[in-house]
Design a protein around this ligand. Structure first.
Ligand code: FMN
Length: 328
């Protein structure tokens, strides 16, 4: 379970940083992994409107954006945006990051491919402003709502404080601790009820990525789905990405991860192994299923498509069994 936060205030130890710190501390207390992207420090180049992402699905600006933002985003269950109000809008650096998300907008709306967590991921806004006007947060809420939509998250909740200006004002707010604890409870607790399934293969570049994507797509609100490899490769196999895109599922920007790291962090209820051989570990108390499926590394696109269909069938059956057992 990952909460990914995007921090937008240029002020050191500012009010919205304090708010975000409280939320992330609540998440960690509840056993979540947390990651923060500081939009000011990252200093990404803003969108230049060249249209490259609309033609190719990728940004023409070559920087760390895909690795720093898109990769963790695709793993996240919850995305938090924390921002001060600057002229009824968000500060410039975080707006630059948001605009670069046009790449994901293009993939979703023009190429019609969505990442597998899209329908289950939740978004939260934390904001502060000095004044008290009724419409104070209208612009920010609209901006964040549509940014989250492109990023593949539903704008679920917000906590916006008026009359907060000098440094330390947020800390002195009489109800902020309780407000944040309740918000964290509402947003995070539904995810905490899920079972955990891990799909593992050797490189985490093909089979386990496809299986995890199907499972997440079908049941991500009921199952925490993780994929990993016993000897992780550099990147997801491009033919696997292409075959899944034909099914409307976007695997771009995902990165192979080591199985050992995953099993250190979580205790899965189900482990599906696909050719990780001797290196596939035994996990106490966990149901292990082994699927004898070929490695797509040497396959052409037709071969990968057929493998994808087979994996989809097997994942469908797993989810169906799980749903039936849950009803019984
Ligand atoms: C450039 C700038 C523009 C601002 N514009 C607004 C505004 O339009 N409305 C408002 O109520 N507060 C405005 N503020 C005040 C901040 O929103 C407020 O001080 C907030 O608490 C800062 O949060 P931070 O400490 O997390 O940066 C502005 C502050 C700055 C520096």
């Amino acid at each position: 379970m990952l909460v990914l936060a995007i921090k937008g205030s240029p002020r050191k130890k500012g009010n919205t940083d304090y708010l975000l710190g409280l939320f992330m501390a609540e998440a960690r207390k509840r056993g979540w992994e947390t990651e923060v992207i500081d939009a000011v420090k990252e200093n990404f180049e803003p969108c230049i409107g060249c249209g490259n992402c609309e033609r190719t699905g990728f940004c023409s600006i070559k920087d760390t954006m895909p690795e720093r933002f898109f990769s963790p985003l695709r793993r996240a269950d919850v995305v938090v945006v924390s921002v001060p109000t600057y002229f009824y809008a968000v500060p410039a650096r975080i707006k630059g990051l948001m605009d670069r998300t046009q790449t994901l907008w293009s993939r979703k709306y023009l190429f019609k491919i969505k990442d597998a967590g899209h329908d289950h991921r939740k978004g939260v806004l934390l904001a502060a402003a000095a004044t008290h006007g009724r419409d104070l947060f209208d612009g920010i809420k609209l901006n964040v709502k549509y940014f989250l939509d492109a990023a593949g998250a539903a704008f679920e909740e917000n906590l916006c404080y008026r009359g907060i200006d000098s440094r330390g004002a947020m800390e002195r707010h009489p109800t902020v601790h309780g407000d944040v604890a309740l918000l964290a409870q509402r947003v995070l607790s539904p995810f905490e009820q899920r079972r955990t399934w891990v799909f593992a293969c050797r490189e985490n570049a093909g089979r386990s990525q496809m299986a995890a994507a199907f499972a997440r797509f079908l049941a991500g609100d009921r199952i925490e789905v993780i994929s990993a490899g016993s000897a992780p490769g550099e990147k997801v196999n491009p033919l696997v990405v292409a075959a899944m895109a034909e099914k409307g599922i976007d695997l771009a920007f995902l990165k192979p991860v080591p199985l050992g790291d995953i099993l250190e962090k979580c205790s899965p209820h189900l482990l599906v192994t696909m050719g990780c051989g001797q290196e596939c570990p035994l996990v106490p108390g966990c149901r292990v299923v082994d699927w004898d499926l070929p490695d797509p590394a040497a396959m052409d696109l037709d071969g990968v498509r057929a493998l994808g269909n087979e994996i989809e069938k097997r994942v469908n059956a797993l989810v169906k069994d799980f749903s039936a057992a849950a009803v019984e």
